[in-house]
Design a protein around this ligand. Sequence first.
Ligand code: NAP
Length: 482
Amino acid sequence: MNDLDGMRMRIGGEWVASDESRIREVHDPATGEVVGSYHLGNRDTTRRAIEAAEDAFEEWAGRTARERAGYLVRIASILEEHRSEFAEIITRENGKPLSEADGEVGGAIAHFQWYAEEASRVYGRTIPPTDPGKRHIVIRQPVGVVACIVPWNFPIVLWARKVAPALAAGCTVVARSASQTALSVLRLLEHIEEAELPSGVLNQVTGPAEESSDEFFANPSCRKVTFTGSTEVGRKLLAKSAWTVTNLSLELGGQAPAIVFDDADLDVAVEKVFGAKFRNGGRSCIAVNRIYVHDTIGDEFIARFTDRVESTVVGNGLNAGVELGPLIDSESVDKYLAHVLDIVDRGGKILYGGARLTDGDYSRGYFVEPCVAVDVDEAMYCMCDETFGPLAPIARFTDTDDVIRRANQTIYGLSAYLYTRSLERAFSVGERLQAGTVAVNDDVPSTTIAPFGGFKQSGLGRECGAEGIEAFLETKHISIRI
Ligand code: NAP
């Protein structure tokens, strides 16, 4: 028994166990060992959590922004105080290297700090009247109870990206983490007790995804659902939201292109494309999935990039120096292998990697080699579907208009990367790429302080930045006859 065993839901300020004593274990994808376990809820526990959030709403919304901000600052301090503990749990649940898990906790801290500040900047406005006998005032109000659905690839920071602005706006929250990585947030909630949030303001449920989401969309007290996950599930939620016209934000999948122009600084391009591709093992919505390199520098870029990939240290994310941890489960390994096989079947070439690692310690986890492929085209799975793994397909281009067309030829539009020394090209190409975020000579464009979200089937709405709090506000016009 360790302190991550038998973790319970948080509902209305109480720790709640499963009604049917149903428990789910979480396994370390690097070793197969049990990391801990938690009680599974059901539709009824989700309903109870929504009721608790509804009961707490009016009082929380009525607090001043400064008061709410004070709680957010306390949560940021708690995250900082227990930073190494949270990072270790993330690595053990998710497999990412410890340094990346630590960076993730840092990102969560930044969200709570930023939205503590933004809470005071929810401004309304007055509109000059057309009738001198009237005055028009616009105010912004919290939407009400918010349901937050979070994926496994960034368990704490994506939770914080929703919860922090929702609380700042004056909403109360029912959150649900992914089944494979539920422990880090349950542990965080245990520590958050020290912040003494009013009961019912922040609730966390577990259990089958569909049971919770059915309740989120059917229950009239749940006024907003914010979801991060796959486009496939996002479409289902959009359909469900139609029946109750529930306010829905979607942060969905991506298929990011990286374009390396002939005037790029190759040292920068190699290192930054490597980071944007292999961070979190390629399991990021903004991971580079397609690399387009200008033909004149193609040979040199490919040689240097492949050298960098060959030097990647693969192993248990808890070990110092590891750059690439395991994938999360066997389905993820199968998808990676299927994409590699498809490249070979259709005439592409694997320059490095492409296999599952099975020797020694690797045999206990879901490890695969980092992979570089060339001679790829847009018809291949890896070029149109998220691999969500460490596979880097490289294609060549000669014409700028053509590469922009190819980069935009996808149902996704979350992020895009370009590498050039030309400021003119950075703007002219960046403005034509159909993506919510364009990174120039960079590998980590997302930040708390700037809006993040997708064009096309990558999502609806924006998180982060000043826009991030908008998702949790209603706009009200008060018309006064004087
Ligand atoms: P997923 O299968 O869509 O699951 C995401 C979350 O939704 C999990 O908590 C999951 O719970 C839950 N879920 C699954 N089916 C559901 C349903 N029918 N109703 C309600 N909830 C449901 O995605 P994933 O594999 O965890 O995450 C990877 C995907 O997320 C990738 O496509 C990635 O690009 C995307 N992503 C997008 C962003 C962004 O900001 N745009 C950020 C990160 C990831 P269970 O764990 O219990 O299945």
